[in-house]
Design a protein around this ligand. Structure first.
Ligand code: KG4
Ligand code: ZN
Length: 340
């Protein structure tokens, strides 16, 4: 079984399709980003996302097939993200995948987006890194998983409020930086001092691993406004320490992610930590996680940047694992906004 899988992703603001052989050999990866359509609003607008997916899904699938130089007849399976995400967006990919698989007589596989991010982090390794601890840190999710295999994950901690990527996006908005905020904050932070402002780092009282970023976000807001709750947020050009705010905020997020993850890894006895999702692109996070994990004899694994943010290679890859396990979806496969 050669296992050529077409993966389709439309859970948030990227319309993506990819053709992957045997879960690892990437034949093509087409991604249409909607960033420009959402930038003016400072975040993803679900209505706009759903309509944009509808316009782009078929051209993106065609592009992936063309770039891979395969026809539908060469495929062995179709895999699609069915959860979690924006329901109107998920339905576009799910409907396209169902129609295509049914018409071509191919088996269909429903993929969990979070599990696919974890898969992406291990996909480029010679040998699968399981069992391990996985940190998924993106715009919609920040959670730790005990991962036994590509298809077996148990959530052991998650954010109590915002996801880390969401905090990056909101603080970027306060600082007058564009959307998405992560790359913009990261770039500005290079010019600032990470120890300039002592922003708070959340730590659960009971010592259980958990994340929280809303207090940090509020601390940034009050740093910018002064302590007057009714004062307006100053326009970006009047913020004299923007780079220091960006660097100190980024450092606080990274300290929380690294601290909680490595504490959990030591508790679990994990010798390997996978870091996945859009925020895994962050340079400071990659450097600090690798260094601190190394000091504890733990290996930290990150995907290449193009497989950190949303893509369909990870969907086709995990789809291949489902194909091997013969976990074929029924034709009434549905999308859901929730994590399974
Ligand atoms: O995984 P992803 O593409 O989409 C979701 O599933 O949410 O993650 C997008 C998030 C955005 O919040 C973006 O600001 C953040 O990842 N991000 C970053 C960086 N690149 C993207 N955050 C921090 N530093 C970066 N370099
Ligand atoms: Zn994602």
């Amino acid at each position: 079984m050669s296992g050529i899988v077409l993966g389709i992703e439309s859970s948030c603001d990227e319309t993506a399709a990819a053709v992957v052989r045997a879960g690892r050999e990437v034949l093509s990866s087409a991604v249409h980003s909607q960033i420009e359509e959402h930038a003016v609003y400072g975040g993803v607008v679900p209505e706009i996302a759903g309509r944009s997916h509808l316009r782009k899904i078929l051209p993106v699938i065609d592009r992936a097939l063309d770039e891979a130089a395969v026809s539908i007849g060469d495929l062995d399976a179709v895999a699609v993200t069915t959860r979690p995400g924006l329901i109107g967006s998920l339905l576009v990919g799910t409907s396209a995948a169902k129609g295509l698989a049914w018409a071509a007589g191919l088996p269909l596989f429903g993929v969990d987006h979070i599990e696919a991010h974890v898969y992406a982090a291990g996909m480029e390794r010679e040998r699968p890194p399981y069992p391990c601890l996985a940190l998924v840190v993106s715009g919609g999710h920040t959670a730790l998983y005990r991962s036994l295999s590509p298809l077996e994950h148990e959530r052991i901690a998650s954010t109590l409020d915002d996801a880390a990527g969401e905090a990056f996006d909101k603080v970027a908005w306060l600082l007058g930086l564009g959307y998405p905020g992560g790359p913009a904050i990261s770039a500005l932070a290079r010019e600032g001092r990470a120890d300039a402002i002592d922003f708070p780092r959340y730590r659960a009282r009971d010592g259980e691993p958990a994340f929280s970023f809303s207090g940090l976000k509020t601390a940034v807001l009050y740093h910018l406004r002064g302590q007057d709750a009714l004062a307006p947020t100053p326009p970006p050009e009047e913020i004299c320490d923007r780079a220091d705010v960006a660097a100190s905020f980024e450092q606080a997020v990274v300290d929380c992610l690294v601290g909680e993850t490595l504490r959990a890894a030591e508790r679990e006895g994990s010798s390997c930590v996978l870091v996945a999702g859009g925020v895994a692109c962050n340079r400071r996070l990659r450097e600090q996680m690798a260094a601190c994990a190394g000091e504890r004899g733990i290996e930290a694994i990150f995907p290449s940047p193009e497989y950190c943010t949303d893509n369909a290679v990870m969907i086709a890859g995990l789809g291949y694992e489902l194909y091997k396990a013969q976990r074929v979806a029924a034709w009434d496969l549905d999308a859901s906004p929730d994590y399974s």
